[in-house]
Design a binder for this molecule. Structure first.
Ligand code: GLP
Length: 254
């Protein structure tokens, strides 16, 4: 069996919010069994419903995050933490300001570091010190990126500096005043960093993700579609809505 012969499990939900609730339940189950679990977190619009459900569980069901450790996948280079589109701010607004996570155990790459290569080494060292990640939440880019590992990424890479694809910058421009304001580079956990997680949940919703999901499941494993590298992991589940799953039965990917 080649190293890339694992097929992720697939769960398809009628609505995206149902998938977010299901993912939140899996995280809650893990935290109740292992309060000091290490959670890998993603940004973008996909996990917003998941985070809202975790906040509800904390407020209404007393879900306790105080002993957990959190690692985010990525951050733009050159965005101050307070910038409206920074992932530091995204995580505070959507999760960390509303749960009892310990600030000294929430880690996000520092895109303002003077020495970005040193920051990548620091982040990777933190992952090795506090890891492995017990449960990694992923989204997926329209072009098949995971984290900010763009097409052409080293499938064996650790935390690194990436140049953002034009498609990615355009897709994320909605969070900025205009396209020119979108950074051209970012820090991201590498594919190898991500694959060291014990368990991976990838969420994807909407027609725009159908091609990337189809390729994840059936295209040749290649840096051309970094998400294909997930077939090298034996514990990956895709939580999809019907639109994102709609090409899985097609004879060939769109
Ligand atoms: C960004 C993030 C990825 C995310 C992707 C999809 O590129 N770095 O982690 O998966 O966007 O974003 P969305 O969920 O908004 O489609």
């Amino acid at each position: 069996m080649s190293v890339y012969e694992h097929k992720p499990a697939v769960a398809v939900f009628h609505e995206a919010h149902e998938a977010g609730i299901a993912a939140a339940k899996l995280i809650a189950e893990l935290l109740r069994a292992k309060p000091n679990a290490v959670l890998g977190l993603a940004t973008g619009s996909t996990p917003i419903g998941l985070y809202a459900e975790l906040v509800r569980m904390h407020r209404e069901d007393g879900l306790d995050f105080s002993r957990a450790t959190f690692f985010n996948l990525d951050e733009y280079v050159g965005l101050p933490r307070e910038h409206v589109a920074s992932f530091h701010r995204f995580m505070r607004e959507h999760l960390f300001d509303h749960i009892n996570a310990m600030p000294d155990r929430t880690f996000i790459p520092n895109g303002m570091a003077a020495d970005l290569q040193a920051e990548c080494r620091r982040y990777e060292a933190l992952l090795r010190e506090y890891g492995p990640v017990d449960l990694q939440i992923l989204g997926i880019g329209v072009n098949g990126h995971i984290g900010f590992n763009e097409p052409g990424a080293d499938l064996n890479g650790d935390t690194n500096i990436v140049t953002l694809a034009d498609k990615t910058r355009k897709d994320n421009a909605r969070f900025f005043d205009n396209l020119d304001a979108v950074p051209t580079s970012a820090l991201t956990m590498g594919i190898a960093s991500i694959l060291r997680a014990r368990r991976i949940l990838l969420l994807a919703f909407g027609e725009a993700k159908r091609e990337a999901i189809c390729k994840l499941m059936s295209a040749s494993v290649s840096p051309a579609c970094p998400a294909t590298a997930l077939r090298g992991h034996d514990n990956v589940a895709l939580l999809l809505d019907a639109q994102a799953a709609s090409a899985l039965d097609a004879p060939a990917c769109p």
